[in-house]
Design a protein around this ligand. Sequence first.
Ligand SMILES: NC(=O)c1ccc[n+]([C@@H]2O[C@H](COP(=O)([O-])OP(=O)(O)OC[C@H]3O[C@@H](n4cnc5c(N)ncnc54)[C@H](OP(=O)(O)O)[C@@H]3O)[C@@H](O)[C@H]2O)c1
Length: 316
Amino acid sequence: MENKQVVIPQFGEPEVLTIQRSVVPEPKRGEVVIKVAFAGVNPIDVKTRAGLGWAAAQNRENLPWVLGYDVSGSVYRCGEGVEALEVGDKVAGFIGFPLQGGGYSQYVTVLESALSLVPDSVTLEAAAALPLAGQTAIQALDKVSVQEGQRILILAGAGGVGHIAVQLAVAAKAEVFTTCSEANLDYLATLGAHAINYHFAPVSERVEEADALVDLVGGDAALDALKCLKDGAKVVTVPTLSAELICEKAKLLGFEATGMLVDPNREQLDAMLYLVSIGLLKTEIYHVYPMDQVVDAHIQMETGHTRGKILLDMQC
Ligand SMILES: NC(=O)c1ccc[n+]([C@@H]2O[C@H](COP(=O)([O-])OP(=O)(O)OC[C@H]3O[C@@H](n4cnc5c(N)ncnc54)[C@H](OP(=O)(O)O)[C@@H]3O)[C@@H](O)[C@H]2O)c1
């Protein structure tokens, strides 16, 4: 049985992405082999493919390298000592982060302890949309300790991280303001946020006295958003490239500010899968690309204007 994987043989444009054929891996002790149904595509995949960021820097000598951190699928084989999972179970996970990757594979080995069971009422598409983006949303909201009644500003509410962060902040009974382009205004309003068109005017002209900022854009948009905050507000800036600059400026203005690097946490994925299963959280899937159209998937991700998530269908 062959195992098709999407690899980067060298860093570069989306066209460098190549399908490699290998054998289905054997599980070691405590591991299972997942037959991957869907792999999530994240901005870090695109940056790493282009040779940018620390995942690329660390893997310069490891090419060809298999991208991908988000998977959903079914257990195909169990290694010795696996207790909680059985062949056929539906699972999802945030795997190989940050240096190993491996998610853009038809079959991949993962420690059973890193995997969540996907409830029957949750689709494998929804499960693949949640791991990296959803855990980033939870951890970013934790950093600003979002609370009932607070006014929270989330930049880029329509993206992979943003659409989950908006829903979780609304569920925590915060008053949520978020930025987007015109095409996403209605979508974000239906999630319960005050949606603000950032093309129309800077957000600083539309929001004031916010208790917290979750920045998913960085750069000038984040610097402008600092003007929306009240004294003592908390800031988390998620894009790593501009984090140092934003934190420095925010601290000069007297705010508590931090960057972050998402940390895989199975319990957080379990919690989100549960919320999806009872209808309290909805994933937005922009498009599912067959794995052999991965180049188009990366081109779409690079637009920076994907609503929700992009997935790869790994079995067609
Ligand atoms: N530090 C970490 O651990 C970590 C983890 C995850 C993600 N990240 C980073 O966090 C950022 C967000 O990730 P993501 O997965 O949510 O990205 P994404 O899905 O690619 O975000 C796309 C969304 O960004 C919105 N957008 C683009 N420019 C905007 C602007 N100027 N103002 C407001 N919205 C804007 C778009 O909405 P419109 O089409 O409406 O403009 C689109 O819906 C990325 O930079 C990513 O690399 C960091």
